[in-house]
Design a protein around this ligand. Structure first.
Ligand SMILES: [Mn+2]
Length: 284
């Protein structure tokens, strides 16, 4: 099996999602992943060590602080922007890395994905699928992306790190977002799409299968990577009881010594409470 670099960005509260994703990656990807983790001081690394111990592997950790991103819009934390730090944090020897959101599960072989030729392009990613076609049109208009260009989801990206380093792409994305704060809704994804509109390769949506919008058509396709964008597994499970990806999510978590209340029904109740608190904070 080929050794391939994979990077996650994790802040507090997202540890269990990333644990499930990493276990699915280790078990199903048919590559030998070398896992890099960008995190802040609040991330509970003890939980991530469960996976290292269980699968006899070592992750490489990079701690960052948020100050570079102050002023940019956030919903939860600044960790949505950490992926922009990958080119400068990872060793210059590493040329290609797969960035995965915490809320993904790898369900099929990724070896083909890693063999994509990225020369002269910044990244490979899948088109962002939303419920309404007009959403994408509005997005493009807002960001001045020509209508014939795509708009990718930044939750799964195969990155050409040399391209980013050579063109200073991350800093360009950050300054674009700072200059256009009012236009930014989808965080890093808006900035990346606006700055790199001519510099990305489209890959099939089976590499970033957004469950919330696609469940009905799922029967005919065997996704490589599924993505709980928006609704996290606990909530998705309420709306789609018995669906196989939530079952898999809990199956992966059950391979760890995470406390039972984090991986069973009580977890859903805690999730709802957190959602409700966030809602109250926003409107009061
Ligand atoms: Mn996501």
């Amino acid at each position: 099996m080929k050794t391939c670099h994979v990077c996650y960005c994790v802040d507090e509260g997202f540890e269990k999602y990333v644990i499930a994703s990493m276990i699915s990656l280790i078990l199903n990807s048919k590559i030998k992943p070398k896992i890099h983790i960008i995190h802040n001081k609040l991330t509970d690394k003890k939980k991530l060590r469960f996976v290292e111990k269980r699968f006899k592997t070592r992750f490489k950790y990079y701690i960052v602080n948020d100050s570079k991103f102050y002023g940019l819009p956030v919903l939860g934390g600044y960790s949505v922007y950490y992926r922009l730090l990958i080119p400068e944090l990872l060793s210059k020897k590493i040329k290609k890395v797969l960035y995965l959101d915490c809320d993904t599960l790898v369900e099929n072989d990724l070896s083909k994905l890693f063999s994509i030729d990225l020369s002269k392009k910044a990244l490979a990613a899948a088109e962002n699928i939303t419920k309404l076609k007009t959403d994408t049109k509005t997005l493009k208009k807002r960001l001045k992306i020509p209508i014939n260009k795509g708009y990718f989801n930044s939750g799964v990206m195969l990155l050409n790190l040399d391209y980013f380093r050579k063109h200073d792409s991350s800093n360009k994305v950050i300054s674009f977002m700072k200059k256009n704060v009012k236009k930014i809704i989808m965080h890093d994804q808006d900035g990346l799409n606006a700055v790199l509109k001519n510099d990305w390769i489209k890959i099939p949506t089976s590499y970033n299968y957004i469950l919330n919008f696609n469940l009905s058509s799922l029967k005919n396709i065997n996704p490589h990577i599924v993505h709980f964008a928006g609704l996290k597994p606990q909530m998705f499970n309420i709306l789609n009881p018995g669906n196989i990806y939530c079952k898999k999510y809990y199956k992966y978590l059950s391979m760890t010594p995470l406390p039972k209340e984090e991986i069973e029904k009580k977890d859903t109740i805690n999730y709802m409470k957190r959602l409700y608190d966030a809602f109250l904070r926003r409107f009061h």
